[in-house]
Design a protein around this ligand. Structure first.
Ligand SMILES: *Cc1c(COP(=O)(O)O)cnc(C)c1O
Length: 232
């Protein structure tokens, strides 16, 4: 049952926090429900305290947002095209995947129209993988210096998707690099810029990510089981 899977993940987060001398309350588990039916989300809501769900496709997030029985926190974790911002700007509690000033400007424009403030993370391609979205580490500060002047866009921190590896220890260096970058930027006390959120760690490597300071972990397979993309 899904609640048992979540209990296992939460226990692992707790143990990782213990090893790292952290308070487990600093870490929020996002259940990544992409490709999974609404009934799975309803089961999680009915049987656990988890109220944060992650989706990577705009249309799918909007569908689930409209149909779910209880209001929950929706995280947009996938790549976001500027022409789709308008559908989610007032629905996502956090957009994890901002990687250009152009996208941030579009979010500002749509947020103004709906009279909301959009919370965002900067997606960082720490490992510099060619197949991944996100800015490189050295591009984060210049991007933030531009975004800080957008009054309806609030930078909350940084996000990364680490490489797919057999041994999660191989990703520790990337998580540590992201945390160091976040601390470095936080120390500059830039107006309108908050570095309190570190979104890192997935099923394969969330334990290492928590040890390295993650405040949001995004776990899909470890909760809902393998995804079948052929059906969706
Ligand atoms: C799919 C996805 C996840 C969850 O991946 P799992 O390996 O199934 O835990 C996390 N983050 C992002 C950005 C994703 O697209």
């Amino acid at each position: 049952m899904l609640k048992d899977n979540i209990a296992v993940v939460r226990k692992n987060i707790e143990l990782a926090c213990e090893r790292a001398g952290r308070n487990p309350e600093e870490v929020t588990l996002i259940a990544v429900s992409k490709t999974k039916p609404l009934s799975d989300i309803e089961e999680v809501i009915a049987t656990t305290d988890t109220r944060d769900f992650g989706e990577n496709k705009v249309q799918e997030m909007v569908d689930k947002y409209e149909k779910v029985s209880t209001p929950v926190n929706w995280h947009l974790i996938g790549h976001l095209q500027t022409n789709k911002v308008k559908y989610i700007v007032d629905k996502a509690c956090l957009i994890h995947s901002v990687d250009s000033f152009n996208l941030a400007k579009t979010i500002e424009k749509e947020a103004v129209k709906r009279n909301v403030t959009a919370n965002i993370l900067i997606e960082v391609n720490v490992a510099e993988e060619e197949t991944k979205f996100g800015v490189r580490c050295e591009e984060v500060l210049p991007l933030i210096e531009q975004i800080k002047d957008l009054p309806h866009v609030k930078v909350k921190g940084l996000m990364t998707i680490a490489p797919f590896v057999e041994n999660p220890e191989d990703n520790r260096v990337y998580f540590r690099t992201l945390r160091d970058l976040s601390l470095d930027i936080a120390s500059k006390n830039i107006d309108n810029i908050d570095m309190s959120v570190l979104s890192m760690g997935m099923t394969n490597d969330y334990v290492v990510a928590v040890e390295e300071g993650a405040t949001l972990v995004r776990v899909g397979t470890g909760i809902f089981g393998a995804r079948n993309y052929n059906l969706s």
